[in-house]
Write a protein of this length. Structure first.
Ligand SMILES: [Zn+2]
Length: 235
């Protein structure tokens, strides 16, 4: 990682960068990119590309990247590469329209771990970002169809209750769940998630089931950074 970006990170994360780069034998490239290539909330996104055992590791951002945002993206890379956590991914036969859903599910599940982690370094920035994000997404529920409301109320409730710990947003989402007939679905989902607390495989299974997503159209995958391979398996 270029020195000008490395200095943005908290000191104790410098060793994370060094370990990722050493074990993958690749540099983490931090670079400005066109907004349409930056998936996450228009701020930045971490991209991992593995081609014949060679890693391309990137953090793309629009306009500028803050120490908080770079830390958030590095935590995504740390989870996927150093910890080799199981990820939810699409299969060859997954229709393009459903791949977006899987990307959203996986990103939201990872945020259940990453938000509490980033809070240790940037408590104010994290709280400000995620409270705004929750407000924005709750404000958009009105424009979704019933299916979209069901999924988003469940996912936003998980983030609000377990990661951001915002009582205000949790209460607003409870009101939305009651209004749309999703109260039992939310209770069931949150109980399932609590039971999967530190087990990503169980979390993926619970997530896919509660979202009503066809399990034959997705799979689990994990990176082995040392060997330059990605192993996949059924749910
Ligand atoms: Zn993220």
């Amino acid at each position: 990682m270029e020195a000008k970006y490395l200095t943005l990170l908290p000191g104790e994360l410098h060793t994370v960068v060094a370990e990722i780069e050493h074990r993958s034998n690749s540099q983490i490239i931090v670079q400005p990119a066109h907004a349409q290539n930056v998936a996450e909330q228009g701020l930045a996104s971490a991209v991992i590309d593995l081609n014949r055992g060679a890693w391309a590791l990137m953090v793309n951002y629009v306009d500028d990247i803050s120490p908080y945002t770079l830390t958030h993206e590095l935590l995504h890379l740390k989870r996927a590469l150093l910890e080799g956590v199981t990820r939810l991914t699409s299969r060859d036969q997954t229709p393009q329209t459903l791949i977006e859903d899987l990307i959203t599910f996986e990103n939201t599940m990872e945020h259940l771990w990453i938000i509490p982690e980033e809070q240790k370094f940037f408590p104010n920035e994290s709280a400000s970002h995620w409270n705004q994000d929750l407000s924005r997404n709750i404000g958009m529920l009105d424009s979704l169809n019933h299916h979209g409301q069901h999924r988003n109320i469940l996912q936003l409730s998980a983030i609000s209750q377990f990661a951001v710990r915002s009582q205000t947003h949790t209460d607003e989402l409870r009101a939305w769940a009651d209004k749309t007939g999703n109260a039992n679905n939310v209770d069931h989902f949150l109980t399932d998630i609590r039971g999967a607390a530190d087990n990503k495989t169980m979390l993926i299974q619970a997530w896919v089931r509660n979202m009503g997503f066809p399990s034959q159209l997705c799979q689990r995958a994990r990176y082995d950074v040392d060997r330059g391979v990605e192993a996949t398996s059924a749910l």
